[in-house]
Design a protein around this ligand. Structure first.
Ligand SMILES: [Zn+2]
Length: 61
């Protein structure tokens, strides 16, 4: 019984929780800002760093 109930949120350290960043790369002649959505390659746009799935029964020394 462990009293630790700390929710471990594995926020992606590459984007710090902002997986999709819109990069403004110019302004169209109409006045619209051209934005390019860039998905964080570290978390694939999820914002959470998904580490390799570790099975609890992986310990086999
Ligand atoms: Zn990320």
């Amino acid at each position: 019984m462990m009293p630790q109930t700390t929710p471990t949120r594995r926020v992606c350290r590459d984007c710090d929780g902002f997986p999709v960043v819109h990069i403004i790369f110019g302004t169209s002649p109409d006045g619209y800002r051209r934005t390019l959505p860039v998905v964080c390659p570290g978390c694939q746009g999820t914002g959470i760093r998904s580490t390799s799935p570790v099975s609890p029964a992986e310990v086999s020394v």
